[in-house]
Design a protein around this ligand. Structure first.
Ligand code: NAI
Ligand code: SF4
Length: 515
């Protein structure tokens, strides 16, 4: 009997290793034959460790399982799907999972992340096989037609980026995967790398074939040791079966890649700093142009995409551009893995087509606040994203609709706060974050963020010149928005301005409309 116990970092944090060894020990004591498979996480994080038993009816889930529950679960006959207080029923029927549209995450939590057989048995390598039979330009056209836009947050069309690299003449080109997932409240890249590393490798191989790049780098943050291990092991196995190397699956084409580990700087998630870091230099932002697509890593044309963008490539190639494009709304095609975090009952990963609303995510999936108090504000798109008040929770999650309300979907992370939140403190935190993480290259960000903190402190302290300080803060935000070299300084004003506009009472002012 196969028992799945996630090895994902979230499950490990909740004692999954002790649960796995407890299962093996008790099965051994009772003379039962079980095989424990360490899968990725299904993304239902409040239920971790979520243990699944493979039964003839399908996989039956139990969770959250603690080491002390294991003996009782055996007593309850869980190997046959027996009843128990922790029994959640058939995994696929759990509403949180059932109501998702898992395309990029189709295999995450389902397969053994390092098993190549499992990968192939669940649809893996179909995209690469098709790509190997296509002309490079056809692959690029397929990506353009799919409508996929950069899932790292900026939403630039992936196919167009590839077209630029494909058109650049150079002796060497590179594929770089940005896995420096630094935004607070985001974890989709990590879940994917730990739960299905081959899909990322497949996406990067296809990108290499499409643009004529023969080498790739996955730049992973050092805070993700399990993801690094999973990728290293998967790359070694892929090399072992002739997938990576001088002769990709016997095609005569070359592609290989390696993992590079960051050292903890948020700014190294900005693409040009990331390239500097791979080159062995300090992570400082480069001025653009030239774009990395033209002059990137070591001055060569470089495709640099986020984990989720690259991991979505295989399904697009396998099922065709139209299949993917049909999901979503407007110019936001396909699905996005939303990440539910903060004060929510049911935090986790929800992959859905664009077009649903924040309210659907917060209540339909998230189950409302964990504290039981009313939700008040939601930050969408990481620490540089806007805070949305309830009046905006029915706006469809669509890149363009969000721009209309001065917000951004970004990497799809959302952090919820209940009515105890002090939005002036959150605004100050945005400036503080920017001050700590600034690379220091440009003045609006380097100096402005510190002045921003001071100004918010003055506003919070009250005093007769409060209105004037608010005015000053708006001016400063304007300078940072327009004058910063990269998105760190350029976007830090979003949380600040949204807090001021939607929650003026937290700053001790009645209303704060732009002057
Ligand atoms: P950007 O809009 O400058 O560029 C987006 C991408 O398109 C870049 O790769 C750029 O090189 C490429 N590009 C632009 N024009 C091109 C052209 N004509 N041909 C080929 N490629 C072209 O945005 P940026 O500064 O790269 O990213 C900012 C975003 O990053 C923010 O919107 C934010 O959501 C996101 N972000 C994500 C984080 C995470 O942890 N995932 C952390 C911080 C920010
Ligand atoms: Fe560096 Fe900040 Fe300027 Fe970006 S905005 S280049 S992080 S100083």
């Amino acid at each position: 009997i196969v028992i799945y116990v996630p090895r994902d970092a979230a499950a490990l944090a909740m004692d999954a290793d002790a649960v796995a060894s407890g299962i093996e020990r008790i099965a051994d004591q009772r003379g039962l034959s079980v095989q424990v498979v360490r899968n990725g996480s299904r993304g239902l994080l409040w239920l971790e460790p979520l243990v699944e038993i493979a039964t003839p009816q399908g996989r039956v889930a139990y969770g959250p399982v603690q080491p002390e529950d294991v003996a009782g679960l055996f007593d309850a006959g869980w190997l046959a799907g027996g009843d128990h207080a922790l029994r959640l029923g058939l995994t696929e029927e759990i509403p949180y999972l059932k109501h998702q549209e898992r395309l990029t995450f189709a295999r995450v939590g389902v397969t053994d992340p390092l098993s190549l057989q499992d990968y192939a048995a669940h649809g893996g390598l179909q995209g690469l096989k098709r790509a190997l039979a296509m002309e490079p330009a056809q692959i690029v056209d397929e990506m353009v037609a799919s409508g996929l836009r950069g899932r790292g947050g900026a939403a630039f069309p992936t196919g167009i980026k590839w077209k630029t690299v494909a058109a650049a003449a150079a002796s060497q080109k590179y594929i770089v995967c940005n896995a420096d997932e630094g935004d607070s409240g985001t974890f989709a890249d990590r879940l994917l790398m730990e739960g299905d590393p081959y899909v990322l490798i497949e996406g990067m191989t296809i990108a290499g074939l499409a643009v004529g790049a023969t080498y790739g780098y996955i730049y992973v943050r050092s805070e993700y040791p399990q993801a690094i291990d999973a990728l290293e092991a998967a790359i070694a196995r892929a090399r072992g079966v002739g997938w990576l190397g001088d002769d990709v699956h016997g095609s005569g084409r070359r592609f290989d890649l390696e993992v590079r580990v960051g050292a903890g700087a948020y700014i190294c998630g900005e693409e040009t700093s990331l390239l500097e870091s791979i080159e062995g230099k300090r992570g400082v932002v480069r001025a653009k142009p030239p774009l990395p697509a033209v002059s990137g890593l070591f001055g060569k044309p470089t495709v640099i995409n986020n984990v989720i963008s690259l991991a979505t490539v295989p399904i697009i190639l396998a099922k065709g551009a139209a299949y993917y494009r049909d999901y979503g709304v407007g110019r936001s095609h396909g699905t996005l893995p939303f990440q539910l975090a903060g004060n929510l009952k049911h935090g986790g990963l929800v992959e859905k087509a664009f077009g649903l609303t924040l309210r659907d995510l917060l209540y339909g999936f998230g189950g409302g606040s964990a504290s039981g108090r009313p939700l008040r504000a939601v930050q969408v798109g990481g620490p540089l994203g806007a805070y949305l008040p309830e009046s905006q929770w029915d706006v469809p999650l669509d890149y363009e609709a969000y721009i209309q309300i001065s917000a951004m979907i970004g990497h799809g992370g959302l952090v919820a706060f209940d009515d105890t939140v002090d939005m002036a403190r959150m605004a100050r935190y945005a400036m503080e974050f920017c001050a700590i993480e600034s690379c220091g290259k440009c003045t609006p960000c380097r100096i402005g963020s510190t002045r921003g903190m001071e100004t918010i402190d003055k506003i919070a302290a009250g005093g007769p010149d409060r209105e004037q300080q608010v005015h000053l803060l708006r001016d400063l935000c304007d300078t940072m928005l327009g004058g910063s070299l990269c998105a760190l300084g350029g976007m830090a004003p979003y949380p600040v301005l949204s807090a001021l506009n939607h929650f003026p009472q937290d700053f001790g002012i009645e209303s704060s409309q732009p002057a």
